[in-house]
Design a protein around this ligand. Sequence first.
Ligand code: DAT
Ligand code: MG
Length: 150
Amino acid sequence: TFMEKTFLMVKPDGVQRELIGEIVSRFEKKGFQLIGAKLMNISNELASEHYGEHKERPFFGELVEFITSGPVFAMVWQGENVIATARQMMGSTNPADAAPGTIRGDFGVTVGKNIIHGSDSPESAKREIGLFFNDSELIEYSKLSNNWIY
Ligand code: DAT
Ligand code: MG
């Protein structure tokens, strides 16, 4: 859909491996618009809420431990079809299956440390943006290059 928003997050492994700039750069160069971003620590409560759909999975404990193990870089990006396109740019959940040229395909090795999170649907995007950002942290502004992207 036109000008939708998605929640993307560089996970603790991506931050420690100094991939924030590389990842931001890929979405900037694609033509998407950054409307919110922050470096933050995730509490156990927020982690459990964010990954609530996986509560019953065997890896849930590991997942919460990992995502709370160091700072993450949380972002909101805007653009036409950005939710689905960002997922394509991220690559498959397991980096072993992720195509070269995708973020997980280029930088990840194992499913437990797969560098980046991205919302998987309009419903999860809305939910996750609300979990991580206040309205005042989302900046609406006109970007001149949009005239050459759309
Ligand atoms: P995605 O992050 O691609 O949306 P997901 O929502 O199915 O994937 O799972 C959330 C995260 O949980 C994923 O990024 C890494 C971890 N995970 C998924 N499947 C796993 C597995 N089989 N073993 C260990 N960790 C897993
Ligand atoms: Mg998911």
